[in-house]
Design a protein around this ligand. Structure first.
Ligand SMILES: [Zn+2]
Length: 271
């Protein structure tokens, strides 16, 4: 076993150890690395996906609340849901995946992180330059975009004292600073994400990478010559189309990769 190759353990089954070593070697040689994160990256922090069978809130499906139509119909109900989510997320802490990505961004100039998550845990871990495709649950904006108000601003009060909250500039409704179903993704985030597909290694983590925009970003990265890796404990529909598939939870995978990169770098220095 060469230096830096992981030993199979209970949390890293044998086959995964070899794939980890391959991904680590690609990362060590890469100048530019782009990582796209999704709900799976926040799972170890205890952030619920707010989807699926366990994702009901007061008998409502998330898809029926996270829409402009739901907000127009019942802004108080939608805000009660977001206020509850903000309280749940406020109790969550970044995990090793967030910490490692924040450290890489600090230490390596060519690392870019794009996220579909709205929970703010990347920023909480110290990664301020994250590209947020779906906005942030910690931001609000004027629902009628009054001229006096900035487009979005941060408000991390939990719980919010009054629901629905009012715009301090015009007295109208505030809305959560997230992208709802049926809304356009923020143009500046999309163009930054597309620019970041010009990289040597592109990693999708905790997102199935088969739906827009993840799938498009993976394709764009591939066309630009990137080596593609997937981090997901389960096989996804995109698994057959990636160069390496790490079947590990994101917190375990990034923790192991960070350790391998440190070992590999010190081996180079010493050798
Ligand atoms: Zn306003």
């Amino acid at each position: 076993m060469s230096a830096g190759e992981p030993t199979p353990t209970a949390r890293v089954p044998g086959g995964q150890a070899a794939i980890l070593a391959t991904v680590a070697a690609r990362l060590a040689a890469a100048r530019r690395v782009t990582v796209l994160t999704g709900a799976g990256v926040s799972a170890a922090s205890g952030v619920p996906t707010f989807r699926g069978p366990g994702g009901l809130w007061r008998h409502h499906r998330p898809e029926s609340l996270a829409t402009p139509e739901a907000f127009a119909r019942d802004p108080r109900l939608v805000w009660e849901w977001y206020d509850w989510r903000r309280q749940v997320i406020a109790a969550c802490r970044p995990n090793r995946a967030h910490d490692v990505l924040a450290a890489w961004s600090r230490e390596r100039p060519g690392v870019t992180v794009i996220t579909q998550n709205v929970d703010g845990l990347h920023e909480h871990a110290g990664l301020e330059a994250v590209i947020r495709l779906h906005g942030s649950i910690w931001e609000v904006g004027c629902a009628r975009r009054c001229h006096a108000a900035p487009r979005r601003w941060r408000d991390d009060t939990v719980p919010l004292p009054v629901l629905p909250p009012a715009c301090p500039h015009c007295g109208g409704l505030l809305r959560p600073g997230v992208v709802w179903f049926g809304e356009e993704l923020p143009a500046e985030a999309i163009s930054a994400a597309v620019a970041a597909t010009a990289c040597d290694v592109f990693i999708t983590a905790g997102t199935s990478a088969v739906v827009y925009p993840a799938a498009g970003l993976v394709e764009e990265a591939r066309e630009r010559g990137a080596w593609i890796a997937e981090v997901d404990p389960n096989e996804t529909a995109a698994s057959s189309r990636v160069d390496a598939a790490l079947r590990l939870p994101a917190d375990v995978a990034f923790d192991e990769l960070a350790a391998l990169l440190v070992t590999g770098l010190s081996a180079c220095t010493n050798g």
